[in-house]
Design a protein around this ligand. Structure first.
Ligand code: IMP
Length: 426
């Protein structure tokens, strides 16, 4: 029987997952999102087009692939409708190639309002949320109050919606927050009408049946492992399990059905929003990385914080996810940097420790770095042709992290992707 391979980010999101899913998609029959929602922005570039997907799986541009929005996702109908409309010029047969889990939770307009109200109330302790309503929607899921996508076809959907909305409005009344709901609700019900035209299914059956039939499934993670609600830099995290285990609960597949786990990381580190970032650069080198790497959020446009690669954090997320192959992104950004650094260890009371502390910003530890020199530009199309300096950088990381780097990305386009052999087991 075939397996579900998982592709996920090992840092704080924005590792370049969209590009790689799009690149790998032709090898798969099904591509499925298992957590997160419109807080994600997966950027795909091909044939001179740049496209950002928020909720729709990144396999959508390939013929013959079924794209699944799984039960672990929180779906915003309004954003979904916009995304569908933006895909119109590509003439994709979306109703045939995209299905939605009847158990995916629904983001309603007041979830977004609550997200804003909570963030404002947190003052300088704010999470830096994307304000897309993610946290409040997962909160309602756990509180067993949420609406699910399958509810749109229930006869009392409007009443259930109103009940949840009124519950939210009562909470909002306690905050200093003006809610203009009329226009939002008009858009919401228009979008719900459009969602009804899609196949809304128990996608867990569909995915498990696909496996029985020998079809290959790629689970597409969103955000990154350091934003995981359990293992990330809590409370500065998102509200879902972004690690590999989330693919099991977010799609309804058993752990013994998981095959490869592709872990994506940038050759350096970035983070958007608040929260600790031990290797962050507050000087001109951070600015240089942001400029060369064009490090601005795909969803919110916010400048991303930049810093050096953090190996203890990478070892941690490789362990949590059971990563079988590493894919290193944006190596080209470092090629002309005079001194590149990598944090190889954390020191606590001057002693080396391999364990990440409970709070990454508690001031009780420092970092130890090694230095590398930029390797200059490359037009390599094969792994063996990569410059010697880049090979050393790769070998160094592999020697410290127990997984091979089998893919290196040297630019945003599909064509700027160098593989070491055939990474997908068929
Ligand atoms: P939320 O998921 O919108 O509540 O945001 C929580 C934290 O996760 C904030 O620091 C966001 O900036 C961050 N975050 C959420 N989604 C993404 C993403 O797709 N890429 C990078 N950071 C994200």
């Amino acid at each position: 029987m075939a397996a579900v391979d998982i592709l996920l980010g090992l840092q704080w999101g924005d590792e370049g997952k969209g590009k790689i899913v799009d690149f790998l998609a032709p090898k798969y029959d099904v591509v499925a999102r298992f957590q997160g929602g419109p807080n994600a922005g997966h950027t795909l570039e091909f044939d001179g087009h740049k496209h950002v997907l928020h909720q729709i799986p990144s396999g959508i541009f390939h013929e013959g692939i079924l794209n699944v929005i799984g039960n672990g996702v929180v779906l915003d109908p309004i954003t979904f409708k916009k995304e569908i409309e933006e895909l119109a010029p590509f003439n994709l047969d979306l109703k045939r190639h995209l299905v939605i889990s009847n158990k995916a939770q629904m983001i309603i307009p007041t979830h977004r309002m609550l997200d804003k109200a909570y963030e404002i109330a947190k003052g300088d302790k704010k999470i830096g949320s994307t304000l897309r309503g993610i946290g409040p929607t997962y909160q309602d899921k756990a509180a067993r109050k949420g609406l699910r996508i399958g509810d749109v076809n229930e006869p009392d959907f409007d009443d259930r919606y109103k009940q949840l909305r009124d519950f939210h409005l009562e909470i909002l009344a306690r905050y200093d927050f003006e809610a203009d709901l009329e226009e939002e609700e008009r858009l919401f019900f228009e979008a719900v009408e459009m969602i009804r035209e899609f196949d809304i299914l128990s996608t867990e059956y569909l995915i498990n049946q696909a496996l029985v039939e020998g079809k290959s499934v790629l689970a597409e993670g969103a955000q990154g492992s350091l934003l995981d609600v359990d293992f990330g830099s809590y409370p500065y995290v998102t509200s879902s399990n972004t690690i590999a285990a989330g693919a099991c609960t977010g799609l309804g597949v058993a752990p013994n059905k998981i095959g490869e786990v592709y872990g994506i990381f940038k050759a350096y580190c970035t983070r958007v929003g608040s929260g600790p970032f031990p290797t962050e650069l507050h000087d001109a080198s951070g600015e240089e990385l942001r400029k060369i790497g064009n490090e601005f959020g795909a969803t919110t446009g916010r400048p991303r914080r930049c810093g050096w690669l953090d190996l203890p954090a990478l070892r941690y997320t490789v362990m949590l996810n059971g990563v079988t192959q590493l894919f290193m992104m944006k190596a080209d950004v470092l090629e002309d940097i005079d001194e590149i650094k990598i944090a190889h260890s954390y020191l606590k009371n001057n002693e080396l420790t391999d364990e990440l502390p409970l709070y990454l910003d508690n001031g009780e530890f420092s970092l130890s770095f090694d230095s590398f020199k930029g390797w200059g530009g490359t037009k390599a199309t094969e792994f063996d042709q990569l410059p010697e300096g880049l090979h050393s950088y790769i070998k160094y990381i592999e020697s410290k992290v127990s997984a091979p780097i089998n893919l290196v990305s040297l630019g945003p386009d599909r064509t700027q992707t160098i593989m070491k052999g055939d990474i997908v087991a068929q």
